[in-house]
Design a protein around this ligand. Structure first.
Ligand SMILES: Cc1cc2nc3c(=O)[nH]c(=O)nc-3n(C[C@H](O)[C@H](O)[C@H](O)COP(=O)(O)OP(=O)(O)OC[C@H]3O[C@@H](n4cnc5c(N)ncnc54)[C@H](O)[C@@H]3O)c2cc1C
Length: 384
């Protein structure tokens, strides 16, 4: 088995040699990081979370966190594209039939197939577990109709894990069905290119599904049992993919601040900023924020990997905390770096825009904190 340390080392090489040199162009041109994704594919990392018995590396949340952290330290767009592929791959692999293994899992493992999650819709927004896209069954399979929004890897992936409306109108919330839609399926069309404030290379696009015909083998698991997927696969993997990405931004923002303080020299006093006590204090304080947040995320990921049934609360809290921390750390780093950091084209400029998505990507920070409170109070999570 490829160890976590080896997977992380491989991702560090790709981050250094491929991701870092293209990060500014990916951001400026809002271009999907094709070259980085191809490098991840060629090293087998796109099969990171596919079980070993299906040919993948067989890793769990800790490995996904750490690889996203490494990539996110150079380019958050690349990290989230890889992260969303990994979430989609873990959803497909969770209960894959032989046919699904052949069609999707094996090509993923072979580095020839990128997938992603298409859950969000305009009508229900951050309530990503309330799809309104319809899935009608007939003798030949299914017909899919609806529209998905903010699909990361949109139009660049080879398949899309699409959530559809509850099988039974009276079914409890979250009891919807997921299908895998091949990228080239008839009836799939794409909205405008993503032009966001940050995460500019993630190709987060609107996906129109107009009478998309799918064979019965497209259904993941059993019809209507997707609440299991949401809480056992989608949420855990999604939460750490994002948490890892934002940890990476935090590490790099702190490093940029440290480098700047050591180099910036004031001629009137003959000192570097590293000798200014208030800046030493700020740097020390932010190191603590990064360190405690990293410990929280790693610990939550490991709890899940170890099979702790209460790990989900820790994962939810970790993502909410990481969102607060990344915005604060990048903000403080910019204060330490001053005008050079605020200037167009600085890494901190990009980090700040990328970091801001942390609160709004579902499950959003507000939603997570409500869910954590409900879980602690023994109330159903999906009460609205
Ligand atoms: C860069 C990026 C990439 C994304 N990638 C994907 C992807 O790959 N796949 C995918 O499916 N989706 C993706 N999304 C969508 C994302 O996960 C959210 O679903 C989406 O941003 C929600 O946006 P909205 O404006 O519709 O939220 P709204 O539902 O309008 O919410 C706006 C705000 O109100 C708050 N709010 C709303 N209702 C409640 C409530 N009941 N209680 C508390 N707070 C509430 C929310 O927390 C949020 O802060 C992506 C989004 C972004 C920005």
């Amino acid at each position: 088995m490829v160890s976590i340390a080896t997977a992380v080392k491989t991702s560090e090489e790709i981050a250094r040699e491929v991701v870092a040199p293209s990060a500014d162009l990916v951001d400026q041109n809002a271009q999907w990081p094709r070259q980085a994704i191809q490098s991840l594919q060629s090293t087998g990392l796109t099969g990171l979370v596919i079980p070993q018995e299906l040919g993948g590396m067989g890793h769990g949340l800790l490995a996904l966190t750490r690889v996203c952290e490494v990539l996110g330290g150079e380019c958050a767009s690349t990290a989230i594209c890889f992260g969303m592929h990994s979430v989609g791959a873990s959803v497909i692999a969770a209960n894959a039939t032989d046919e699904q293994c052949e069609q999707f899992v094996q090509p993923i493992v072979a580095g020839k197939h990128i997938t992603t999650l298409s859950l969000s819709e305009a009508g229900t927004g951050s309530h990503f577990y309330l799809p309104q896209t319809s899935l009608e069954a007939d003798d030949n399979g299914f017909a899919l109709n609806g529209q998905k929004t903010f699909v990361t890897n949109g139009s660049n992936a080879d398949s899309y894990v699409v959530s559809t409306v509850a099988a039974d109108p009276d079914a409890p919330m979250g009891q919807f069905s997921c299908v895998v839609v091949p990228g080239g399926a008839n009836g799939v069309s794409w909205g405008a290119n993503w032009d966001g404030m940050g995460m500019r290379g993630n190709s987060s696009r609107t996906m129109d599904l107009s009478n998309v015909r799918l064979p019965p083998s497209s259904l993941l698991g059993n019809k209507g049992d997707q609440i299991w997927y949401i809480f056992n696969v989608v949420c855990p993997y999604f939460l750490v993919a994002m948490s890892g990405t934002y940890l990476g931004i935090m590490n790099s923002a702190l490093e940029d601040a440290k480098q700047h303080l050591s180099k910036r020299h004031h001629t009137h006093v003959g000192l570097t900023l590293a000798q200014v006590s208030v800046l030493q204090h700020r740097l020390g304080q932010q190191w603590g924020v990064v360190e405690r947040t990293r410990r929280l995320v790693y610990h939550a990921a490991k709890r899940f990997d170890d099979g702790d049934p209460d790990a989900l609360i820790a994962l939810m809290s970790a993502k909410a905390e990481v969102a607060d921390s990344v915005v604060s750390v990048v903000n403080e780093a910019m204060t330490m770096v001053g005008g050079i950091g605020y200037r167009d084209g600085s890494r901190l400029h990009r980090f700040m825009r990328d970091a801001r998505a942390s609160h709004l990507m579902s499950p959003t920070t507000d939603m997570l904190r409500i869910w954590i409170g409900r879980a602690l109070l023994g109330q159903p999570l999906l009460a609205d």
